[in-house]
Design a protein around this ligand. Structure first.
Ligand code: HEC
Ligand code: HEC
Length: 468
């Protein structure tokens, strides 16, 4: 009996430990459902898109990094180094498109990742700038990489070498974020966790380094899909939940928290990010590369106007986009990410920080739902939903056919031109590329708005979606 009791207690302890992270994020508010439309806020209109693109791929917004010499040695072995979709400046010559070389404030030549680490992706055999990168490897443990980097620095450079000094900030924030960003599903991106892990070590007023974390972080590593950047021009808020409000260039500047020393550098970057924002507004989705059955697509358009446009807007000659956040009780997709964000310490941190208190102001305003996104170029943006849990558009519109576990082939060229999305195997064998929708945060339920369509109607809507 005693043995049984001990066993029971142990089991309970294990169970409590396992489940604790989830009960930590039970919904905090029970606000009654209101369809919420996010109003526009003033945005800069005089940015220079050409200068913006140049800054995005050559600018110094990360502030610190790895000595350029080391990076140049590694570059030939790095994935994607052979495809260069734009002209490089001489300093970044030879680096892959997702890396940038720049001069740190103390004059040292360093290199670091740029926005295209996460925001350039491959679909149907083409590399598309602005498409979310669902092939990045965030399932790997980054802690050993941090150790190797620090070791390499200690062996190759003296303590007061300019390269050592120019690595210090990045090294610190990399160390802080590495244990917090290892996700469990292929393609999932931990950008929100990365921001939390860096901001908690920054003084909100001047962004200088603080040793003791300023807030606690939930210990469950959650990741999301990466949205395409060409939708920004239609949106009044940023991010899946619509949490990012106010001045968008300021919100984009968050990418700097991984390496800038303090606000002396971010203040200088604000104007450059107005140019980046201008570039984002010129970005167009890639056209569907296959053939389109026009009469069928027109049938689909009528159904779309009737059943989908109220949330997703209209396309073609008369473009409209309503900017709606749909309450969790209505969209019913996995709510963990929205619940997580509402409880995160980063919200109060952000709203009391330089990002929110200095002009032009931005803020974090959590919501009880997910934004119904614009569907431009949606053929290219698999996998679907904020958590990337659904591999094709057909499956999205027929919830019973969504696979519980699915394995993509591992080759971005493998595109399903019928169902629109990734070719997948619903009986997984290769664990590396298997997505498991039973893991908390990655559920594939909800958004059942396509279920009531007949089979023929569903194929018509899929055909129409090729045209957006
Ligand atoms: C570590 C990967 C990563 C990097 C680096 C990164 N992003 Fe993102 N970005 C994401 C993810 C993931 C999201 C979605 C997060 C969410 O919505 O909650 C996102 C969201 C966005 C959005 C909002 C899109 C929308 O539809 O709401 C914009 C705009 C954006 N990023 C621009 C940039 C720019 C510009 C840079 C470089 C300065 C950058 N990002 C760097 C991963 C990244
Ligand atoms: C009541 C509002 C609403 C209606 C009606 C609606 N949607 Fe959605 N849709 C959403 C929301 C909200 C999301 C984001 C959910 C999430 O990410 O968890 C979404 C996501 C999507 C996505 C995924 C986009 C991506 O890139 O991940 C597609 C595709 C889509 N909807 C198509 C449709 C189609 C087609 C219809 C009509 C049959 C439709 N929706 C009807 C609100 C709606």
């Amino acid at each position: 009996m005693r043995k049984l009791l001990v066993f029971f207690c142990l089991a309970l302890l294990v169970a409590c430990n396992t489940y604790r992270p989830l009960t930590d994020v039970v919904p905090v508010s029970a606000t009654p459902y209101k369809s919420m439309v996010i109003p526009p806020s003033p945005q800069p209109t005089d940015g220079d898109p050409v200068a913006g693109f140049d800054y995005l791929v050559h600018g110094d917004y990360i502030g610190s990094g790895i000595p350029l010499k080391i990076m140049q040695k590694q570059a030939p072995k790095m994935p994607g180094v052979d495809s260069m979709p734009f002209v490089r400046d001489s300093l970044s010559e030879g680096l892959p498109y997702y890396m940038t070389a720049f001069i740190a404030p103390n004059g040292a030549e360093v290199a670091n990742g740029n926005c295209f680490t996460c925001h350039a992706g491959e679909v149907d055999g083409q590399l598309v700038l602005g498409l979310g990168n669902s092939w990045a490897e965030w399932e790997a443990n980054m802690k050993p990489m941090g150790t190797v980097m620090r070791l390499g620095m200690a062996l190759g450079y003296k303590k007061d070498d300019p390269q050592t000094v120019a690595f210090e900030d990045f090294g610190r924030y990399f160390k802080a974020m590495a244990p917090k960003v290892k996700v469990t599903q292929p393609g999932a991106n931990p950008a929100f966790r990365l921001a939390e892990a860096c901001m908690m070590h920054r003084d909100p007023d001047d962004l200088t380094y603080v040793g003791d974390p300023l807030y606690a972080m939930w210990d469950y590593n959650i990741g999301t899909d990466t949205p395409p950047l060409w939708n920004v021009k239609k949106k009044n808020s940023l991010y899946f939940t619509g949490i990012g409000r106010g001045n968008m260039p300021k919100l984009l500047l968050q990418a700097s928290v991984l390496g800038v020393p303090d606000t002396s550098q971010t203040r200088k970057s604000v104007e450059a990010f107005e140019d980046v924002y201008a570039w984002l507004q010129t970005l167009e989705p890639p056209a569907y590369p296959g053939s389109i059955d026009e009469p069928l697509a027109r049938e689909g358009e009528a159904l779309f106007t009737d059943k989908c446009a109220g949330c997703h807007g209209t396309y073609g000659e008369e473009e409209t986009y309503p900017n709606k956040v749909i309450h969790l009780d209505v969209v019913k997709t996995d709510r963990l990410y929205a619940d997580y964000i509402r409880k995160s310490g980063i919200v109060d941190w952000y709203n009391s920080s330089w990002f929110a208190t200095s002009a032009p102001q931005s803020s974090f305003t959590p919501t009880d739902g997910y934004v119904a996104p614009p569907l431009d170029g949606v053929w290219a943006t698999a996998p679907y939903l904020h958590n990337g849990s659904v591999p094709t558009l057909y499956d999205l519109l027929d919830s019973p056919s969504r696979p519980t576990r699915w394995t993509r082939t591992g080759d971005p060229k493998d595109y399903d031109h019928q169902k629109l999305g990734w070719q997948y195997d619903p009986a997984p064998k290769n664990k590396k590329w298997t997505f498991d929708t039973e893991v908390p945060g990655y559920g594939n339920g909800g958004h059942t708005f396509g279920d009531k369509l007949s089979e023929a109607e569903r194929w018509a809507v899929v055909e129409y979606l090729k045209m957006l």
